[in-house]
Design a protein around this ligand. Structure first.
Ligand code: NAD
Ligand code: TDX
Length: 336
């Protein structure tokens, strides 16, 4: 099987590359990534010489380059490539629409032209908007995105659906909850808090800190996508989540406890505009239909993740420079 995986140098994409080559060493995997600020080939050092792995620095919005890539014969497309950070989408929505909507359309056109056995769109629970205190997102929950990021992801999802309905493209859409684990860029809550706490810096908590996210260890997301590639029913959406709802404050306090740092580092800052209050995934469909089960529970997963960041300080200190620093200064100029 030959897979074209986009965004394979990012957080989930690189974990997925490592996972797939371990699970299916005979599969050929082409990693297509434009290496934005979030793409880091260092994550893939251990497989760079793997005979079944190739990398192409290509932007998915570049239709000509994407067409050329498909000429080698692709069986399955897995689209991870995206602008992924909600706060950035509030500052700069344009690139989100470009990559997450137009980039998806370019990939769909190529998949349609050359014929693939499956196109998998890696999406997010954020397209469903926000929950109140009760209820969970199912695959039937209406799409009501609240941020430019989630709106652009919903736009991509709707195009995927339309290419299935209109052109019969064999597709699946996966919608996963918040991931955590190794190689997550230190702008996202968990690695941001770990890295700042280790440097004894103020820890920015948006609003009252009681917003809830449903956390899943990244490897469990990868195993779910693997199952969807092989057994997902054509045209179906699969929600992915491990029933691990936690408030942001709980996450931050857990990290502080683990690192033996004081809670006085916690600093309440101005809330994120349009901040979704609660996410919670109902994973019944993927559990019952595909037999998916997460391996990691949150209590051990978060400890392993903290340990990974402690063991890989060089990885994130190298990242915390240049463009990221400039973004961070802009992001928190008014908040902290
Ligand atoms: P990330 O920001 O860490 O990685 C994104 C990758 O895409 C980077 O390697 C980047 O270089 C690449 N990329 C961006 N624009 C590109 C373009 N135009 N052409 C080619 N490559 C491009 O993101 P992530 O957290 O790994 O998320 C991966 C996917 O999973 C995204 O589609 C995201 O919406 C989805 N998702 C993420 C989470 C989460 O908690 N992180 C949860 C559910 C779904
Ligand atoms: O400094 C911070 N302080 C804070 O209180 C940051 C960066 C975040 N937060 C809050 C906002 C959210 O309620 O923590 C929560 C998690 O924030 P993020 O890590 O930015 O994730 P989120 O906005 O939930 O989106 C993530 O999960 C779904 C990913 O970034 C998306 O790509 C994915 O689709």
């Amino acid at each position: 099987m030959k897979l074209l995986v986009t965004g394979g140098a990012g957080f989930i994409g690189s974990n997925f590359m490592l996972y797939m080559l371990q699970q299916h060493p005979d599969y050929q995997i082409v990693n297509v990534d434009s290496l934005t600020y979030a793409g880091n080939l260092e994550n893939l050092k251990s497989i760079e010489n793997h005979p079944n792995y190739t990398f192409s620095k290509t932007d998915i919005t570049d239709a000509k380059a994407v067409d050329t890539l498909f000429q080698q014969g692709i069986d399955v497309v897995v689209n991870f490539a995206a602008e992924s950070h909600v706060d950035r989408s509030i500052l700069e929505p344009e690139v989100f629409v470009k990559t997450n909507v137009l980039g998806t359309q370019v990939l769909l056109d190529a998949a349609k032209k050359y014929g693939v056995t499956k196109y998998v769109q890696v999406s997010t629970d954020e397209v469903y908007g926000t929950l109140g205190v009760t209820g969970l997102f199912t695959e039937e929950t209406p799409l009501t995105p609240n941020s430019p990021y989630s709106a652009s992801k919903a736009g991509g999802d709707l195009l995927v659906r339309a290419y299935h309905e209109t052109f019969g493209l064999p597709v699946n859409i996966t919608r996963c909850s918040n991931n955590y684990g190794p190689y997550q860029f230190p702008e996202k809550l968990i690695p941001l808090i770990i890295s700042r706490a280790l440097n004894d810096q103020a820890l920015p908590i948006y609003g009252d800190g009681l917003n809830i996210r449903d956390w899943l260890y990244v490897e469990d997301h990868c195993s779910a996508i693997d199952l969807v590639i092989h057994n997902g029913r054509i045209g179906e959406v699969y929600n992915i989540g491990g029933n691990n709802e936690r408030t942001n404050l709980h996450i931050v306090k857990t990290i502080l406890q683990e690192l033996k740092k004081p809670e006085s580092l916690i600093t309440y800052v101005q809330d994120r505009p349009g901040h979704d209050r609660r996410y919670g995934i109902d994973p019944t469909k993927i559990t019952q239909e595909l037999g998916w089960k997460p391996k990691h529970n949150f209590e051990t997963g978060i400890k392993e993740t903290i340990q990974w960041y402690l063991n890989n300080k060089d990885w994130w200190t190298r990242i915390q420079s240049g463009e990221y620093q400039a973004y961070y200064a802009k992001q928190y100029a008014e908040r902290l």
